[in-house]
Design a protein around this ligand. Structure first.
Ligand code: ADQ
Length: 454
């Protein structure tokens, strides 16, 4: 059986297992259940970042990492990846801060990864590379003569060709995608937009099944939505419901309904409009005053990118305004925390909430929506309010779907959810649960690897 090699910018530390592990570590656990190699950045900045590989064995998985230099980190990670590609692929052209030297740094770091990874590879390895930091890695590996099957998965959205053309030297990046055997997207829409770019901007023909065969190019674009370990998360929530934190949270609510939002503090997540929506709810539907509490947990992220600092200031101000305007001496309408909480705690909190508020302006998938659904008690479930621009909306159609740019619409959806009869809540949640338990982390890994094996 071929060995599986996972490559991602951040490699989870081998000790970061079980309930505290988040995101990719959980999502990709299934791909490495029979062992394999996980390769990427150590998370360390070091003066002699020369591509030396550090290896840690944990069970049947080898974690192999390299360090980056400060200059590489600034140009590759803060610069091109997070100040050009991230805003571009989330439809935010106005936030792009492109510099040629950042693009050069991005290519150089991908080259550094390729040189270090090529030395680790065995001929039959299936190599699965993740996310926008590492788009050119496949091409760099090919340049070094690597013949292995190479797959790539983009966790964030893709944009229509009319937006993509704004990217300086964008066609070079499109050619880099063409070095892979398989390129995966979260949704059919993202896949279609990518295929349009390949056709319109590179002039290649893409067949109905997403395959491009032209000269040295033999690549297939697929849609393969990521999911969560739904059963595991449901069990965590059932247990978390009885945890000390969840009990404290419930006691503090004194019977009020809980609205919960959980996000990285990122401008793609639609937090300012969401805060505005809550203010408008309290203004337009005064019957909910003192009857509802909104808890927003927004883990700070990418604080070295200036847009993120500005967002934090904006949210601090908005939170202050809402609480100043509506609070009573015994009721704080908006509880706002800017740090991460453990997965156990999160699971219990989701289950305690009447409403899960997930309103990104754009999102590849959004796993919080799926976690909220998996955590619900089917007998008395909450309601999911979901942005139509989250990838998750492609199949979580029984959520209350909203336009995240319209705070009034979000406020109306919160009102609808607060007064929704129990039968309707159960009915909607039963449909949502069927989907979340059907498209899981396991099916995501299995499907992608099946296509990659060819
Ligand atoms: P993210 O943008 O990070 O991921 P998301 O899919 O919501 O967004 O995943 C975040 C994960 O971190 C979830 O498991 C969530 O529980 C956890 N998390 C978020 N805020 C937290 C907090 N304050 N405390 C504790 N945990 C928190 C990117 C893409 C998404 C895509 C994923 C996976 O942007 O669109 O769904 O990758 O492909």
């Amino acid at each position: 059986m071929a060995r599986i090699v996972i490559v991602s910018n951040r490699v989870p530390s081998p000790t970061e297992r079980g309930p505290r592990a988040g995101g990719l570590a959980v999502g990709l656990a299934d791909a490495l259940k029979d062992g394999g190699l996980w390769f990427g950045w150590s998370g360390e900045i070091s003066a002699q970042a020369d591509g030396t590989v550090k290896r840690v064995e944990a069970g049947n998985i080898t974690y192999a990492t390299i360090d980056l230099s400060q200059a590489d980190y600034d140009r590759f990670y803060v610069g091109y990846a997070n100040s050009t590609l991230w805003p571009l692929l989330h439809f935010r052209l106005g936030l792009i801060d492109f510099r040629r030297e950042d693009l050069e740094g991005y290519i150089e770091v991908n080259r550094l990864y390729a040189a270090a990874l090529a030395r680790e590879l065995q001929p039959d390895d299936l190599v699965w590379i993740h996310d926008y930091h590492l788009i050119p890695l496949g091409q760099e590996l090919r340049r070094l003569g690597v013949k292995n099957r190479l797959g790539f998965f983009l966790h964030i959205p893709f944009v229509p060709a009319s937006l993509f053309t704004a990217l300086p030297q964008g066609n070079t990046l499109l050619w880099a995608f063409c070095a892979y055997d398989v390129v995966g997207f979260q949704t059919e829409q993202h896949r279609r937009d990518f295929v349009d770019c390949i056709e319109q901007l590179l002039g290649l023909t893409v067949r109905g099944d997403g395959t491009v065969v032209a000269g040295a190019v033999s690549m297939r674009a697929i849609a393969n939505p990521i999911g969560i370990d739904a059963r595991g998360f449901a069990a965590l929530a059932a247990k978390g419901e009885r945890s000390a934190e969840t009990r404290r949270l419930k006691e503090s609510l004194v019977g009020r309904s809980l609205v919960i939002g959980v996000d990285r503090l990122d401008y793609t997540k639609g937090l300012p409009a969401r805060f505005d929506a809550f203010g408008r709810l309290l203004n337009a539907f005064p019957e909910h005053r003192q009857k509802v509490s909104y808890l927003q947990i927004a883990a700070r992220s990418r604080e070295d990118v200036s847009e993120y600092q500005a967002l934090r200031r904006e949210l601090d101000r908005k939170a202050g305004n809402i609480n100043g305007r509506f609070a009573e001496f015994d009721w704080v309408p908006l509880r706002y925390m800017t740090r991460a909480v453990s997965r156990n705690t999160l699971a219990g909190f989701y289950r305690a909430a009447r409403i899960g508020l997930v309103t990104p302006l754009r999102d590849g998938m959004n796993l919080v929506a799926k976690e909220f659904v998996a955590a619900q008690d089917e007998r008395d479930p909450g309601v999911l309010i979901l942005s139509r621009f989250a990838g998750a909306a492609e199949n979580l159609t029984e959520a209350l779907i909203v336009n995240p740019y319209d705070p009034d619409e979000i406020a109306e959806a919160i009102h609808t959810a607060l007064v929704m009869p129990a039968d309707e809540r159960r009915d909607r949640m039963a449909h949502l649960r069927a989907r979340v338990f059907d498209v899981t982390a396991e099916t995501y890994c299995r499907n992608f690897l099946a296509v990659l094996k060819g």
